[in-house]
Each structure stands twice: as C-alpha cells, then as structure tokens.
Design a protein around this ligand. Structure first.
Ligand code: GLN
Length: 492
C-alpha cells in the first residue's frame, strides 16, 4: 500500500487490528518516507529504524496474543526533549549531543506500554527556547507547506513530521506556545493541556512552572488518541495532578458547539502586527462556529499588555536555574583541554549553548540576582496572578475564549527577527501558560501565500475533553484539517 500515511489514527489502529497491514509494514512505510523526504524537511535528529522495526514486530506478535491496546503498533515521533532510554536525547543542543538517556520520560514509557512504535526524535528550538526551530546546531527544520519558511517552534520538528506525513502524530511541549504556534504554522491540531495533566518526568526542563507536554496531530480525534496515552498522574512529577483522567476519545461528541459561549477578548483583535489574513480566517472560523450554534461574547482581558514582559521574566529566570546543571562535569558537552575548573565551566557553557539560550540565562540570572529579585521576579509573579484572575473572571461568563494562535503565518527562514520582535510573536499563547490553562490550535484556512492559519481556543482548567470535542465537531463540518502540503502528497 502506498497511502498508509493518509489514514487517520483511528483508521490506522483499525487496519492493524483487522490485519489489513502489519505494524512492520506501516513502520517500514514511514521509514521509507523519512529516507526519501526528510533531507528536504530536516525534521528528525535521530531516526531509530532498527528499534522501530523491532517494536513493530513485537506489536505484531501482541496482536496474535489478543492483548493489543487501542494503539498497538501505531508509529510516533517524539520531540527530542523527552528522554528515551538508550537513544540520544539532545533537547536540540550541542550541550547534549552526546547524551544517551539512561531512562525513559514518563510520556515515552506510557507510549511504550500502549504499544506505540518510536520512529525517532525530532528537531526543536534549543532547549525549547524559540519560535522557529532554526536550530543553531542541527540546522533549520523546514515548513512542509513552503520549504523556505519556518515550521514554528519550539516543537517545529513535531509539527513538520506530521505535516509532511513522516509520522502520524507526535509529542510536543508547550511552555509559552510551543505546541500551538507550530501547529498553527503547519496546519495541524495541537493541544496544550492544563498544567499538571501530563507528567514532566524525563522532559528536559525549560521553565518548570509552565512546561507541559501534549499531542500534535492532524485532527482533534488523532490528538484525543494521543492524549489518552500521555495524560495521567505520575508520582515521579510532584506537580502532576492526581485527578481522574478522561477517556478523550470516548468523550468526543458532536454536540459541544451548540449553546457554547465563546469569549472574544476585545484587546486581542486590535493588536498591532495582527496579519489581515490571519484575522480574516479566524473571524470566518468563529462565524462558522456561530452558525453551528455557538454565541460570541465580547470579553475584557485587561492584563493583555503584561503577557510578554511577564513571561519573558519568569521563563528565563526558571531557565537560568534549570540550566545551571549543565556544567561540563557530570554529563553533556565538555570543552577541550580546560586549564582549570573555572575555564572548564566557562568554555563548556559558552561553547555548548547557542546564542538564544545564553541570552535567556543572562536575563534570568539578572532577574533573580540579589537587589533585582523583588523588582523583577517577585513583581512578575504578582502580575502572573493578576493575569490568571483575569481569565478566571472571564470564565464566569463564557465557556471558552477564542484568539489567533499567532499574529502571523509562518515567516521565512533567516528572517532574523530581533529578540523583541520574536517575543512579540508569542503574544497570543503566553498567558495560557502563565495561568496554567489548557488551549488548542485548529487549522482554519490559509493566507494569500497558501500558508496555514490557526484558531486558538482557550478553556478553563481540565476542559481538554471539551476543547477536543469543539474542534472535533468543527472538523466534522469543515475540511481544513484534511488539506495536505505538496510534499506530503509525494509517495516514497
Ligand atoms: N516561543 C516561546 C519561547 O521562546 C515559547 C517556547 C515554548 O513554549 N517552549 O519561550
């Protein structure tokens, strides 16, 4: 079969179960596509062909014993921020280019238990800091819709593999938009869960109070399948919440939109820099939801001007602390011929970290230093609370909040935005992480250059099932999520 990559996750799982094809055939199909197509996309850092085929054979054997789970034998790609036992785990950094993890992240382990087949590990912004996946060490990942454009980031490799059909779905992480923005740039569905829903154990830390793993796939239904694997309490992550997990697939329904009150923040649609095509497509999608029975309600999110400065203090502060462990001594990159211990620290960190990571460490260290801590870090934490309260107040009157996922579509590789221009591109995603809320991106059309546009829906805490159902119902009534980039139409 030449078109196995066109199947939805449900169809793939059914095809495996009814022995229309084996997991080995399916896995080999993806490995062939990766071999033929990925040198143009540059999405994989590591392809684990041998292990994948062994896992596929094991999955095929499980079908014979009758112990298969819902996803036994389905392939997946993991963002290279998730530790994988025996497989190189780099977090997209030269610092970890020689790091082979001695254990699996909980998300990876859960994937194995569910019978998923790991195709490999995919590119990202270094340590998840960035929005373009123009990685200083592993090179830029390309947007499958236009190879001269970025796929977004930091989970740009995860978005690119799915959009180019080099994996049926992928794990991502979202600290300030890194699932939603690349999903938006690549025409995919991506869910950032409530903080604490998905274990962070074995997920290399960027900003621990906001980091959250989640699924990236073509549709809400595909995401629901992966959420069923990823979600759950984990005693190895003290911030993971011990709360019953939904069956996200079973909960998908076709009635989520009727009577839904969608908040439209009046501050969000007059933002300077909001692209006219993005605005138009998002408004059309909201009109569609209105036609399907939703009500649009204008709301006030008065803290919106504080999102970017607050995030860009707290995230670097946490990053500077988290990244202090990479000292060239215990593991990771070590400079050559250090003259003394100070030289070893200095050169290992200067040579091992890229420019953006170093910038964040500097900003974060400054914000945390004695004398500035109260003025910057503590103040930012207070503002963070106000931002959260803004949302909680809004949710007294509406069920979900709509916004673009990003003010623009994917820009060109090498656009070389200044740090502040780049940070402003995160305006629509950061508040969700500051508040710990769940949010989803859904593809809702294209701009004049045929690049995808995304709608973001922000939900109240633990509303993942609701968000998935709303997008699922929208996708049953539209076909944006079925559109494929030309490169995905190529056969291996
Ligand atoms: N673009 C944002 C940043 O650079 C968000 C990244 C993320 O979510 N990991 O920090």
């Amino acid at each position: 079969m030449t078109d196995l990559h066109r199947l939805s996750i449900r169809e793939m799982a059914e095809g495996l179960k009814s022995a229309q094809f084996s997991s080995r055939e399916l896995t080999q199909h993806y490995l062939n596509r990766i071999a033929k197509i990925d040198d143009r996309v540059n999405s994989y850092i590591t392809v684990t062909a041998e292990q994948a085929l062994a896992q596929a054979d094991a999955a095929d054997a499980v079908f014979k014993t009758g112990n298969a789970t819902a996803l036994t034998g389905v392939p997946i790609a993991h963002k290279d921020i998730f530790c994988t036992h025996g497989i190189k785990t780099t977090a997209g950094s030269k610092m970890l280019n020689n790091f082979v993890s001695p254990y699996d992240a909980t998300v990876v382990a859960k994937g194995k238990t569910a019978g998923l087949v790991t195709l490999g590990k995919v590119n990202m912004d270094e340590f998840a800091m960035g929005s373009t996946s123009e990685n200083p060490f592993f090179g830029a990942t390309k947007n499958p819709w236009n190879l001269e454009h970025v796929p977004g980031g930091s989970s740009g490799g995860s978005a690119a593999v799915v959009a180019a059909d080099l994996a049926p779905f992928a794990t991502g992480t979202d600290t300030g938009g890194s699932i939603r923005q690349p999903a938006s740039f690549c025409g995919l569905t991506g869910l950032k869960p409530t903080y604490g829903r998905v274990s962070r154990f074995g997920m290399i830390a960027y900003a621990s109070s906001m980091d959250q793993g989640g699924p990236m796939a073509r549709s809400a239904e595909d995401c629901a399948y992966l959420m069923n694997v990823m979600a759950g309490h984990d005693e190895k992550d003290s911030t993971s919440i011990n709360k019953e997990v939904d069956d996200y697939v079973a909960n998908l329904n076709g009635t989520a939109v009727k009577g839904l009150r969608i908040g439209i923040p009046k501050q969000y649609f007059n933002v300077q820099g909001l692209d006219a095509d993005v605005k138009a497509r998002v408004e059309e999608s909201l009109k569609k939801l209105e036609d399907m029975g939703a009500t649009l309600v204008e709301i006030d999110l008065s803290m919106s001007e504080a999102y970017v400065p607050t995030y860009y203090l707290i995230a670097p502060a946490e990053a500077s602390s988290n990244l202090s462990r990479f000292d060239g001594v215990r593991y990771g990159y070590r400079c050559e011929n250090p003259t003394d211990i100070l030289d070893l620290y200095k050169r290992s960190r200067s040579e091992g970290f890229g420019a953006e990571v170093q910038r964040r460490i500097l900003i974060g260290t400054y914000a945390l230093s004695a004398g500035y801590y109260d003025a910057y870090y503590v103040k930012a934490q207070k503002v963070r609370r106000l931002i959260q309260q803004d949302f909680l107040k809004a949710f007294e009157n509406v069920d979900v909040i709509a916004a673009p996922s990003a003010p623009t579509t994917a820009y060109k590789i090498g656009a070389n935005l200044s740090p502040t221009e780049m940070y402003l591109g995160d305006i629509y995603t950061l508040a969700v992480n500051l508040a710990g809320l769940p949010a989803i991106n859904a593809p809702v059309g294209f701009d004049a250059n045929s690049l995808p546009v995304g709608l973001q829906l922000i939900g109240n805490y633990w509303s993942e099932s609701q968000l998935l159902s709303i997008v699922h119902q929208y996708q049953q009534n539209t076909d944006w999520h079925t559109k494929r980039a030309a490169i995905a139409e190529e056969n291996a």
